[in-house]
Design a protein around this ligand. Structure first.
Ligand code: FAD
Length: 454
């Protein structure tokens, strides 16, 4: 078991000499939506689970990146204009319900042809703490996975770095919920990045307070996507040189707090206009610097040009720039763009997704609706082509560029975590490899646990 904090750093480290922090049935790397779901669902089944998270709280892109809403719960439709129809359940629904009971969630808000709900980022952290505590997950915050224990192609645990130095932790299975497929990457196994290395733009999200919401809404309207007159105002403000606004189609959501809005507007690129790859720390640093400059431009525009925002001020921004896309693993199967567009369903589909392709590139993000339907994500997109005792959960699943622009949102990440937990449980209980698990069986069990996939 984990004890003490005085193990020493070794640099350069000899893996065999590293202090051991113990052994677990399963290590979950990363406490975003996928990791919280994976860890809680597995520990509920009685397994000894350790969740490792580099920050001091869970939430990842949803909280540190302040993405702010739970997308992917509801159908898109031209006809159901005034009714949000929920089609995704399971752990996503359990989390949604708990947040709602805590007062940390809004009612559904219109987002183009679909709906979404905004969450309070502090309550998101508290809800995650509650799920992990209730299910008995062991937690290591402020610890970063920096290496993998491996015998040939079999993962045997991870190496972490913390303020106390490097240490090793053994496990029978690892769930890589790092968002960036860090574990798969550190094993040296293949992954891809966007289309030919070009990934979706990051966004620094921020919240503004002091807004006269009624006045704002009578100008902006009910849809959280900027109406044409706001797009025109953004174009004019940039053309006049009043503000630097590289994105002209923006999203703004009401929050669960009075007089407050959540602003998803910035489009972060390098200072020389290049697309950034935030797995490179130099690009990542530039993204943070550019973000803080850009949120002031958008906040200034809102204050000067949007009725109701005259007295607004920035409450806070994400702890880090929001990262939509980095590595996607090369999985046993790849979710293709056509799978999404054709709304494919599979007997081994373990997660449903009704969310549109929401591709952030260029000055106006492209949104392609999947009207009145959803597609399914097969189990095998979570299983790396190479490597044993490892599975991924979350936005690093195996998917083509546009497909990922749909499949990456929070409700689905909760679902990937739940599916990975069910598969890991089957693997441990029957002593069979994760890649030999039948997606159909995972689906059946998810249904028994409330996923309502059939
Ligand atoms: C700007 C932006 C806006 C978005 N808007 C929405 C929205 O409105 N609604 C919506 O549903 N989705 C939205 N998304 C998408 C959604 O937020 C993410 O895709 C989702 O949160 C990903 O969840 P995840 O668990 O796969 O990964 P992440 O949330 O990235 O979680 C990974 C976790 O792993 C930790 N970690 C990473 N590496 C290591 C390591 N080596 N060691 C230890 N810990 C590690 C991280 O700190 C993090 O907590 C948005 C994303 C962005 C960037």
């Amino acid at each position: 078991m984990i004890s003490g904090n005085d193990y020493l750093a070794q640099a350069p480290f000899d893996i065999k000499q590293l202090p051991s922090l113990g052994s677990f049935a399963v290590i979950v790397v990363g406490g975003g939506a996928a990791g919280v779901s994976a860890a809680s669902n597995l520990a509920r089944k009685g397994h000894d689970v350790l969740l490792i998270e580099r920050y001091g709280f869970c939430g990842g892109g949803a909280v540190a990146g302040m993405s702010g809403t739970i997308c992917g719960l509801f159908l898109s439709s031209d006809s159901r204009k005034n009714r949000a129809e929920q089609v995704v359940f399971g752990f996503a629904e359990q989390f949604r319900k708990r947040l709602s009971e805590m007062g940390g969630l809004t009612e559904p808000q219109k987002y183009g042809k679909t709906w979404t709900v905004t969450h309070d980022p502090l309550m998101w952290r508290e809800a995650a703490d509650g799920f992990l505590r209730d299910s008995g997950v062991s937690i290591l915050f402020h610890s970063r996975v920096v290496g993998v224990l491996r015998e040939d192609c079999s993962v045997r645990g991870v190496i972490i770095d913390s303020k106390s130095g490097f240490a090793r932790i053994e496990s029978r299975l690892v769930i890589d919920a790092s968002g960036d497929a860090d574990v798969v990457h550190r094993c040296g196994w293949a992954s891809s990045k966007g289309r030919d290395g070009v990934m979706q733009n990051p966004t620094m999200i921020f919240r503004i307070g002091g807004v006269d919401i009624d006045k704002y809404k009578s100008y902006w309207g009910e849809d959280t996507i900027s109406p044409q007159h706001v797009v025109d105002a953004l174009v004019a403000a940039e053309a006049n040189g009043d503000f630097h606004l590289p994105r002209k189609k923006i999203w703004i959501f009401s929050t669960s707090r009075p007089n407050e809005l959540l602003v998803n507007a910035t489009r972060i690129m390098g200072f020389d206009g290049r697309d950034l790859d935030v797995t490179n720390p130099l690009d990542h640093s530039e993204a943070e610097l550019a973000s803080r400059l850009q949120i002031r431009e958008y906040a200034g525009f809102l204050k000067a040009r949007i009725p109701g925002c005259e007295k607004s001020f920035i409450v806070d921004s994400g702890v880090e720039v929001g990262i939509r896309q980095t590595r996607s693993i090369v999985g046993v199967r790849r979710l293709s763009n056509s799978d999404v567009i054709e709304r494919k369903k599979y007997s081994d589909g373990v997660v449903r997704c009704p969310w549109p392709i929401e591709l952030h590139a260029g000055d106006k993000p492209r949104v392609e609706w999947l009207l009145d339907d959803f597609y399914e994500i097969p189990y095998s997109t979570l299983v790396p082509e190479l490597g044993e005792n490892i599975i991924v959960a979350g936005r690093c699943l195996s998917a083509e560029h546009e497909a990922l622009a749909s499949a990456r949102v929070t409700a689905q990440c909760f679902g990937y975590g739940h599916a990975a937990a069910v598969a890991a449980d089957l693997s441990l209980a029957n002593d069979i490899p994760l890649r030999a698990i039948k997606g159909e069986e995972v689906r059946d069990l998810l249904n028994k646990e409330g996923a309502l996939l059939d």
